[in-house]
Design a protein around this ligand. Structure first.
Ligand SMILES: Nc1ncnc2c1ncn2[C@@H]1O[C@H](COP(=O)(O)OP(=O)(O)O)[C@@H](O)[C@H]1O
Ligand SMILES: [Mg+2]
Length: 1042
């Protein structure tokens, strides 16, 4: 049981819709008539059918019988998905369907190994053939099959279009009416694989070949050939596309049918023929036969004055002889004369005009009819059991499928309708017998008392028709063979004589006034189980006799067309025994069919036609009521319901309803029967409401069941809850267990890993310690395996320590002590490091500092260790200038013009002779030394002209600039006193590029004074700096003691 959907009911209640049969009853009617409350009411029955029909639910069960209403439209309920849904599903579990019936029959065959048959009945146009096709399709598609059987499956499916083309025609009742009966056996091997099939055909309506009622057509194949055949084919057959040109096709005045596409039909036919295995030659010969029938129809006769008949259509006859492959003269002769044998002598007598026409028609019917039989034989060959059949025969079973004409009533009913309706009568008889019998058997096997049911047994009608000597068929046969002038009317009289007074037989003469008015003089009426039918006796004798003049048979035997030759056996001519009459043949074949069917387990499809107009959606109640009545559905239902409406195997019943009783839920451990008893007692069934059989429970009224079903419906939420709870509990428990197990696994793995890791670490550490100790012991030996690790470790750790403790500045002289092996490397590293630090230091020096340094370096080279005032000067920075620009007179600047003053300092100049001190400014430009007195430039010494610079070794501030004497521009050497003598001398020397010309004098300094005279500066040490003229006219400088 599956929940399918939630649906809002008519009453607005939301309820669960189950696919189950019993709950679906409140969807649209009941889906099994057996559950109909008021089973005696035809109105309720029809209302149920109508309600379901309007909802497109065309199938309804009645126990194991499937009632089907023709929808006259495509319902899209036959897809492969539908087949899949119904496969292997129990009959009542999902909504009724022809596939469910097919599947059930198939499974019954497989499990019980008994032959099955499906009987499809209903009136013409009710959907029997469609139903049989659906069943066939179901088996072809959903039964297991092996490769070899693929062709069988194709042949099975393709046999339908062939038989339909040749055996179906448009009638007033059905555009695709089968005009023959068909019984097909499908053989299955022990595994349920279809392995072969066989078709039996019954009484093709041959008269249709030569005559059709108004609005009806001849067999489809004629129209299909004319519409779909190629030009060459038609040319070869001398046929015209226009069906109106053929007398055999114009009788019904209905060349086209809107619902049929003849062109496609032709294509399907050609394809089917090739699939079934017809050779090209066979197809051609088959076409020749069809063509010859049409030409035969157009063959006309004339009557000469002396009464002689002759053929007027020579051309037609020529084509005809060509197509049939017979001798033309012989055929002409045979169509216009008959051969009689009297007293062993052959006599030839001419035919009258009418007789010739009848002979022609008889020939056409015989040719077509026998060709149809040949076709069925051919198809049977291709469907025959594959291989030798012995391997399959063991344990194999068959499913028979009967699609035979339905009960038929027209304005004029003739011999064919008589046969058809007789057949329906027989099938109804079978149906009654089988259903009643099976019902009875079921009660007996289940040990439940049988309660007789009133129903109409149509055996009287069957007897009326088929009884030996007294039945209609016997009388007809007798009339056909009796000597003297027998005719249709004499046959009618005979009927009246013999059957007069029979409750189901009336003629004009026998009838009372009211009936007499609607009965013709040449008619008789049979009161069939399905209704009254008036038969016109005209043609009964001929059709029953079904004679073809011997001369025509002789001609046909000579045919070069293999089909014709096969159909008209020579043996037939030699055989002296009278062949059986048509009706008797039919009766015998029906008797055989009934025997076949009786030996099988039957299933039924009862087809109902909702309206006569072939319209979708129209439900003609009168028509339906009529069918329901004559199909005996009400009686069938009454039989089913007479005793008990509902029965089910204990197991199925218990399975479904066990949740309603605490003792049987969730599992019943004991005997099934006991379980069911416990259950129904708990449910409060009264003893008269049910009976326990041997394997089934029988419930008398649907109401009881419905109450139980409603209880189940109400119980369902509880059950669902229980199921849900236990399922959730189970699920969570399982989930918890899973997680716990997983946790344990992870834990174990993790712990293992951790322990392994720790052990490894310990092992490694011990190893390490061992190696270190050993290395330490051997540390003074050659590098080798005994101490490599230790030595490497010591070196490595020295390098690591070194890296951490590198000196941070050039002044930091610390350095770790290296191990002996690394002494040299350590030293190199130390130097590298130092160089690197110096380089870094240098790169970091700013340009002005560089200049300062350069000057300091020069100063150091010049004065270090030479002059007393040098050490105190080291700490003081050299300045860019000691005179800001605002202290230099503007006039001086103007006079210098473009020459820039780069350094200025205040000095004291001593005259050359008197050594008078005079304050001056000393300026250095790019090219000269300028001596300035306030606003005046007193002296300019170009650097080129500077010969040297002298200073004392003491701490005084005297400097002497020596100039070139040849330069008369120059006055003489300059003696200057300045506070920053180290700075000034360094600057002048550097700017004039005369560093090597600086002289630090150890004693006095001589200098050139004016006019080639020489001056001298003497130096001495004293407490104070003093500059004064001393003895000998020397300048005496007392430098302060440091
Ligand atoms: N199940 C169905 N679904 C759709 N159309 C159907 C169905 N059954 C019958 N018909 C229509 O009814 C017509 C007559 O059905 P058919 O089986 O030939 O009747 P029968 O064999 O009983 O005389 C079909 O040609 C088809 O158009
Ligand atoms: Mg049919």
């Amino acid at each position: 049981m599956r929940y399918q959907a939630r649906e809002v009911g008519v009453d607005g209640r939301v309820r669960l819709v189950l696919e189950g049969a019993l709950t679906a009853r409140d969807r649209v009617g009941v889906q099994d008539f057996v559950l109909l409350e008021n089973f005696n009411s035809e109105a309720a029955f029809i209302e149920n059918l109508r309600r379901r029909f309007t909802e497109n639910l065309i199938y309804t069960y009645m126990g194991s019988v499937l009632v089907s209403v023709n929808p006259y439209k495509d319902l899209e309920i036959y897809s492969p998905q539908h087949m899949e849904r119904y496969r292997g599903v129990s009959y009542y579990e999902i909504s009724p369907h022809i596939y469910a019936l097919s599947d059930n029959t198939y499974r019954a065959m497989k499990t019980s190994r008994r032959d099955q048959c499906i009987l499809i009945s209903g009136e013409s146009g009710a959907g029997k053939t469609e139903a049989s096709k659906k069943i066939l399709l179901y088996y072809a598609v959903s039964c297991p099959a092996h490769q070899r059987m693929a062709s069988l499956r194709d042949c099975l499916l393709q046999s339908t279009p062939v038989l339909e083309a040749f055996g179906n025609a448009k009638t007033l009742r059905n555009d695709n009416s089968s005009r023959f009966g068909k019984y097909m056996d499908i053989q299955f091997d022990f595994r349920g694989v279809p392995v072969g099939a066989h078709i039996l055909n019954y009484l093709l309506e041959k008269s249709r070949v030569v005559h059709q009622n108004h609005g009806e057509r001849n067999y489809h194949v004629f129209y299909q050939l004319l519409e779909g055949g190629t030009e060459e084919q038609l040319l070869h057959l001398h046929l015209d596309r226009n069906p109106q040109k053929y007398l055999y096709l114009v009788k019904g005045n209905c060349p086209r049918v809107s619902s049929m596409n003849d062109k496609n039909g032709w294509k399907a036919l050609v394809k089917a023929l090739s699939v079934i295995g017809f050779t090209e030659g066979e197809v051609q010969e088959l076409l020749d036969v069809i063509g010859s029938v049409l030409h035969l129809g157009n063959t006309q006769f004339g009557e000469e004055e002396d009464g002689q008949t002759y053929v007027t259509t020579e051309m037609e006859l020529k084509t005809l002889t060509q197509l049939l492959g017979v001798d033309g003269a012989a055929l002409t002769e045979a169509l216009t004369h008959k051969k009689l044998t009297a007293n062993g002598e052959e006599m030839i007598s001419p035919l009258t005009f009418e007789q010739a026409g009848a002979a022609r028609d008889a020939l056409a019917q015989a040719v077509y009819g026998r060709t149809f039989t040949w076709l069925v034989e051919k198809i049977n060959q291709s469907l025959a059991l594959q291989g030798d059949g012995t391997s399959c025969r063991d344990g194999s079973s068959v499913i028979g499928l009967l699609d035979i004409y339905g009960f038929e009533v027209f304005q004029h009913n003739s011999f064919e309708q008589f046969c058809i309706n007789y057949c329906s009568e027989k099938l109804q008889q079978l149906f009654i017998e089988l259903t009643l019998r099976s019902e009875q058997e079921e009660y007996e096997t289940e040990g439940v008392a049988w309660e007789p049911v009133q129903y109409f047994d149509n055996k009287v009608i069957c007897d009326l028709i088929e009884e030996k000597h007294k039945g209609i068929i016997s009388i007809l046969d007798e009339e056909c063979v009796r000597p003297g002038e027998a005719c249709d009317l004499s046959f009618l009289e005979k009927l009246e004589d013999t059957l007069g007074g029979h409750a189901h037989f009336v003629t004009h003469k026998l009838a009372n006034g009211k009936t007499r008015r609607v009965l013709g003089r040449e008619e008789f009426r049979l009161l069939h189980y399905a209704g009254e039918v008036n038969y016109t006796v005209t043609g009964f004798l001929d059709k029953n006799n079904d004679t073809l003049y011997r001369s025509l048979k002789e001609v046909m035997c000579q045919s070069t067309n293999h089909i014709v030759e096969h159909c008209f056996r020579r043996g037939e001519l030699v055989d002296q025994k009278r062949p059986e009459m048509a009706a008797t043949q039919f009766k015998n074949s029906l008797t055989k069919l009934m025997e076949t069917l009786m030996s099988k387990e039957p299933s039924y499809v009862r087809c109902i036609k909702p309206n006569d107009a072939k319209q979708p959606g129209r439900f003609d109640e009168v028509l339906v009521r009529h069918q329901v009545k004559y199909l005996g559905l009400m009686e069938n239902l009454r039989v089913r319901r007479a005793g008990f409406a509902y029965r089910r195997h204990f197991e199925a019943f218990l399975q479904r309803y066990k949740p309603l009783c605490p003792e049987t839920w969730p599992v019943w451990q004991g005997e099934l029967a006991e379980g069911v008893s416990t259950l129904v007692q708990y449910l409060g069934y009264k003893p008269e409401e049910y009976k326990m059989g041997r394997s089934k429970i029988f419930i008398r009224l649907p109401k009881t069941l419905f109450t139980t079903e409603d209880e189940l419906e109400a119980k369902k939420p509880d059950i669902a809850l229980i199921l849900q709870t236990s399922w959730r509990g189970y699920r969570e428990r399982a989930k918890y267990k899973r997680i716990r197990n997983a946790v344990i696994v992870i834990q174990a793995a993790w712990r293992g890993m951790k322990a392994r890791r720790r052990a490894r670490r310990r092992r490694d550490a011990a190893d390490l310690i061992r190696r270190l100790i050993k290395g330490f012991i051997h540390r003074h030996e050659e590098y080798g395996p005994d101490n490599d690790y230790f030595l490497d470790h010591v070196r490595c750790s020295f390098l690591k320590t070194l890296r951490r403790n590198l000196p941070r500045s050039v002044l930091d002289k610390s350095w770790p002590t290296p191990p002996p092996a690394l002494t040299q490397a350590s030293e190199e590293l130390r130097q590298l490091n130092m160089r690197n630090m110096v380089r870094k230091f240098c790169l970091a020096i700013l340009p002005e500092w560089r200049k300062q340094m350069d000057q300091k370096v020069v100063a150091s080279e010049l004065f270090r260790g030479q002059k007393d005032s040098y050490p105190p000067s080291v700490a003081a920075l050299f300045l860019g200038t000691r005179l800001e620009s605002e202290h230099i007179n503007l006039k001086v600047v103007q006079t210098l013009g473009s020459e820039k003053v780069q350094y200025g300092v205040s000095v004291i100049k001593y005259d050359r002779r008197g050594f008078k001190p005079r304050p001056r400014q000393l300026l250095l430009t790019g090219s000269a030394i300028i001596l300035v007195e306030k606003t005046k430039i007193k002296q300019r010494i170009d650097y080129d002209a500077l010969r040297g610079i002298s200073v004392s070794r003491l701490s005084d501030g005297i400097l002497v600039l020596h100039v070139l004497c040849e330069d008369n521009k120059q006055k003489a050497d300059l003696v200057l006193l300045c506070d920053h003598v180290i700075e000034v001398v360094t600057k002048v020397a550097m700017m004039a590029n005369k560093v090597d010309q600086v002289n630090v004098s150890q004693g006095s300094i001589r200098f050139s004074a004016a006019r080639s005279k020489e001056g001298v500066v003497d130096f001495t040490r004293g407490p104070e700096l003093k500059v004064a003229k001393g003895k000998h006219g020397h300048l005496l400088v007392t430098a302060r003691q440091v």
